[in-house]
Each structure stands twice: as structure tokens, then as C-alpha cells.
Design a protein around this ligand. Structure first.
Ligand SMILES: NC(=O)c1ccc[n+]([C@@H]2O[C@H](COP(=O)([O-])OP(=O)(O)OC[C@H]3O[C@@H](n4cnc5c(N)ncnc54)[C@H](O)[C@@H]3O)[C@@H](O)[C@H]2O)c1
Length: 472
């Protein structure tokens, strides 16, 4: 009798539990319908650019726009990539063009054509008929218009991060890429970092089981840099906009490991920020602004965004450019069988039961702690990505954030030369940049959920799994 009562109680619990969870899901959906934004209909006859390939470009002829702090480094890197021609250089300031010509001269390259002296000189560069790729390294305000103009003039484009700042810019860039069938790539370098790319390879080989959660961030105190951005564009942008305005370094590696728009898609996000303190104080102390003016500042000191995907995965992305914190991209990948973390110390934790034949060394593995440094190094060697196997040595020599900038440029040229799809497409650009505008909407609505559009407009599940392209 006692057994029967117990059994009935358990059954009742199970049934009530089932009901509650069913009810809860239903109610949750109704009560928290995410805020929707406008998704423009794809114009008739226009095709998506997933997996886009174009005929091989044996010698990639490049024009660079924007030669401030970052641009000349890119030109220098290109002098180290075989099969490229640096055709034209552009900046508003002629002295910046001249300084960059010196990089070419030093590398034994011919001087490039020059464009400067006006805010519109870059258009002439885009209109040339001897350029394949326009490489944009200007401030954020110019990116979208420059990319669109370049594509409309028959060029492929590569643009520094973030390549688009608003949903309107994002959709205009997507539509132009689809209309012109040109490559449109955002120059996200962190996806080529040695830890991130090795970890991606481990994840793709199943070492972490099913990946359920990924984190990323841009945490970098920019106090030393604020005064050097041309015309104060970065401060101005942060002053005007809430939301994660520089999300791509965190989003890139997180989205790749979660196969975003290659079998999964981001459904909605929730953003929250706190009040800005250090930048207003900086503006008062260093620039003599009145407190009223300095505290009239939109971007939060910390901006946090959480994302949920169609396949039930999550992401957490942060932005903080003013707190006295150590640099961090917060990169973490958490799966059913393992975990990877880059900051503050690099490490891997694995569920040792899944490993066979003592390789890697089972004795040193624990699912509750990082594997020893020796095992970590062994794993990183074993799972070194083919891109790193080929390029690590030269990348470290040429440099650019420890080599990842060189790998980014090299891969771009390699794919163009071989007629392969690029490592990143215009939908990556859209997904990694959309946290600025969508996060702002969430924050301005008390952190309400905001729907993340399917930027592929119906094709997020066509490609199964993110992979780099190689010549067979
Ligand atoms: N991926 C990375 O790790 C990384 C690192 C630093 C900067 N960035 C990005 O690179 C870009 C440039 O940053 P920066 O630090 O070099 O800024 P910067 O202000 O030093 O340089 C921008 C340059 O663009 C030029 N410019 C502006 N408008 C122009 C126009 N209409 N025509 C021609 N030239 C024009 C300016 O004169 C200036 O020389 C930004 O998008 C930034 O976010 C990326």
C-alpha cells in the first residue's frame, strides 16, 4: 500500500511538473515576445551570397582608404603577401599618404597612385578600373558608404571593424553585396588568433562535445588612445550611442564556434549597461569639459549582451573601454565535454572519460580543473589549425597583434587568388555588428528581448557547419 501511495505521489509530481513547464514555456513566449525590427524584403531576382565564389584573381590589386593609426600597418602587411599589387592609397591628409608611400619604397614596391585633399577623394580610387579590392581603414561613420560605393563600382571590399553601425547600414550593405555579387568582408582579426583558431579546430573535431555557450568581449581601457583618433570620431560615437558599439572581436570567434548561419541562428538578445563614470571623468580632467557636458554621455561603462540561438545555445558578449581592467576578449567556449578559456589565463578543461588510448595523457586530465600546461601545450600542438601550420612562422615575423592581422590578410588574398569563398561573408559582418543597434533598442526598453533578424533571409540552415575553404 505504502509503495502504491509513493508511486502515485511520484506520478502526480511528474505530471504537475510537465504541466508547469508546458504552461511556463507558453506564457513566457506570449509575455516576452521580442521586439521586432524591420527586415526588408529581398528584391526580386536578387540572390544571397552564401558561399560566394568569383573567378580566380591571380594578382590581387588593392586600393587602401584610411591611413591613420591602423591603415599603414595593413599596407605593410600586404607588402609581405605574394601576388598582390598596391595600386592606390587614400587619406584626407596628403602627409599620411606620403608616409605610407615610404613603407612601399622601403619594401621595394613602386609608389602607388595618391588620393587626398578632400573628404570625397576616395570615390576616385573606387572608380579606377585597375583595382580588384578596396581595403577600408577609416572611422566607423564612413565604412558603410565606402563599402557600398566600392561594390557599386565593381570592387570587392574588405572593411575594418565594425564595418556597419546601424541596422539601416547593415541592410544597405547586404543588399548591395547581393545585388552586385561582390565579396564584402569585415576585417575581423581575432578569429585568427592562435588560441581562438586552435580552439575552433578542437571544437570542430568534437573535443568539447556539443558546444552550448560561448563568451567574448572587448575590454580595453582606451585612455591612452582617445586623443589620437582623427577628429575624435571614436569618443563622439561613444558619446552618442548606447549598445555594444565594438562587439566584433567577441562575436567573431563565438559565432564561428557556434556555426551561426551555418546550421544555427541567433534568435534574440537582451542588453544591459551601467552608467558611464570613467569617460566623463576623463573628459572633465583631461579636456576641461563641464560636468554637465561630460556626463551627457550615452555609452555605458559596461555593456553586457546575452543571446539565445535557435538550437538552444547562448552567448555572452561584453564591452568596456574605460575601466582600469586588464585587456580581455573574455573568450570562453563551454561544451558538454569540455571547456576553453583564453582570459585571464589560457586553459582547457576536459571530461577525461571521453579520451581514449591515453592520448592526450589521461592521468593529467580532470573535468573539474584545467589540464596541466604540458597537456595544454600538447593539445594545442595536436589540434593546431592547418592555417596556423602553414602561416605561424611568417605571421609571427610580419606581426600585427602577434600575427593574427597578417593571417587575416593572407587568407583574404589566398581565397581571392584561388576563387574560394572567403572565411567571412557579409552575413557575418551583419551578425557581428548588429549588437550596437539591437542592444541599444533593448537597453532603451529596460533590457527587453529584441529579435535578431535572420540576415540571410531564409538561408541560415543551407550550409552545415562553419569551415575554412582550402584548395583541394
Ligand atoms: N581590428 C583591430 O584590431 C583594430 C585595431 C585598431 C583599429 N581598428 C579599426 O580600424 C579603423 C581605423 O581606426 P584608426 O585607429 O586607424 O583610426 P584613425 O582615426 O587613426 O584613422 C582613420 C583614418 O581615416 C582617415 N579618413 C577619415 N575619413 C576619410 C575620408 N573621407 N577619406 C579618406 N580618409 C579618411 C583619417 O584621416 C584617418 O587617417 C576603425 O574602424 C577601427 O575600429 C581595428
Amino acid at each position: 500500500m505504502k509503495k502504491l501511495i509513493n508511486l502515485l505521489m511520484v506520478l502526480a509530481l511528474i505530471l504537475s511538473g510537465c504541466n508547469t513547464s508546458k504552461m511556463y514555456k507558453k506564457n513566457e513566449y506570449k509575455a516576452f515576445q521580442p521586439i521586432q525590427t524591420n527586415v526588408p524584403v529581398r528584391p526580386k531576382g536578387q540572390k544571397h551570397v552564401l558561399g560566394l565564389t568569383v573567378p580566380k584573381i591571380e594578382t590581387v590589386r588593392v586600393g587602401f582608404i584610411g591611413l591613420g593609426m591602423r591603415g599603414p600597418g595593413a599596407v605593410n602587411r600586404f607588402t609581405n603577401i605574394p601576388g598582390t599589387e598596391i595600386v592606390a592609397l587614400c587619406d584626407i591628409y596628403p602627409e599620411r599618404v606620403e608616409n605610407t608611400q615610404k613603407i612601399l619604397e622601403k619594401a621595394g614596391f613602386p609608389r602607388a597612385a595618391e588620393y587626398s585633399g578632400s573628404e570625397d577623394a576616395w570615390k576616385k580610387l573606387c572608380e579606377r578600373d585597375d583595382i580588384d579590392l578596396v581595403y577600408i581603414v577609416t572611422d566607423w561613420k564612413n565604412h558603410a558608404d565606402m563599402m557600398i560605393y566600392a561594390m557599386e563600382h565593381g570592387k570587392h571590399v574588405a572593411c575594418e571593424v565594425p564595418a556597419a553601425m546601424t541596422l539601416d547600414e547593415i541592410w544597405r550593405v547586404i543588399n548591395t553585396a547581393e545585388k552586385t555579387q561582390k565579396h564584402c568582408i569585415q576585417l575581423e582579426n581575432c578569429v585568427y588568433d592562435f588560441f581562438e583558431l586552435t580552439t575552433l579546430n578542437m571544437a570542430q573535431k568534437g573535443l568539447f562535445g556539443e558546444i552550448l555557450h560561448a563568451e567574448g568581449a572587448y575590454i580595453h581601457n582606451l585612455a591612452e588612445f582617445w586623443d589620437y583618433y582623427e577628429g575624435d570620431w571614436r569618443m563622439e560615437f561613444n558619446k552618442e550611442f548606447r549598445g555594444d558599439v565594438y562587439a566584433t572581436h567577441g562575436m567573431g570567434p563565438a559565432c564561428q564556434v557556434l556555426d551561426i548561419h551555418r546550421g544555427d541562428k541567433m534568435n534574440y538578445l537582451v542588453s544591459m549597461d551601467n552608467k558611464p563614470v570613467n569617460i566623463p571623468e576623463y573628459l572633465i580632467e583631461k579636456r576641461g569639459l563641464s560636468p554637465d557636458s561630460a556626463y551627457d554621455f550615452q555609452n555605458g561603462q559596461n555593456t553586457m549582451t546575452i543571446i539565445r540561438t535557435e538550437n538552444g545555445k547562448t552567448m555572452h558578449i561584453q564591452h568596456d573601454v574605460s575601466s582600469p581592467r586588464p585587456y580581455s576578449r573574455m573568450y570562453q567556449v563551454s561544451g558538454s565535454k569540455g571547456f576553453a578559456q583564453k582570459y585571464p589565463i589560457e586553459g582547457y578543461a576536459l571530461d577525461g572519460n571521453e579520451l581514449k588510448d591515453g592520448n592526450p595523457d589521461l592521468e593529467n586530465l580532470s573535468s573539474h580543473a584545467f589540464v596541466s600546461n604540458d597537456v595544454k601545450n600538447e593539445l594545442m600542438e595536436k589540434y593546431k589549425h592547418p592555417i596556423h601550420q602553414e602561416l605561424e612562422e611568417i605571421a609571427k615575423k610580419v606581426g600585427g597583434h602577434g600575427g593574427m592581422d597578417f593571417i587575416m590578410d593572407y587568407r583574404l588574398v589566398y581565397c581571392l587568388q584561388n576563387g574560394l569563398p572567403l572565411d567571412m561573408d557579409v552575413y557575418d559582418l551583419a551578425e557581428w555588428c548588429c549588437l550596437a543597434d539591437l542592444g541599444r533598442i533593448s537597453i532603451e526598453n529596460n533590457s527587453a528581448p529584441v529579435a535578431i533578424p535572420d540576415f540571410t533571409r531564409g538561408h541560415w540552415n543551407d550550409i552545415k557547419g562553419y569551415r575554412h575553404a582550402f584548395v583541394k
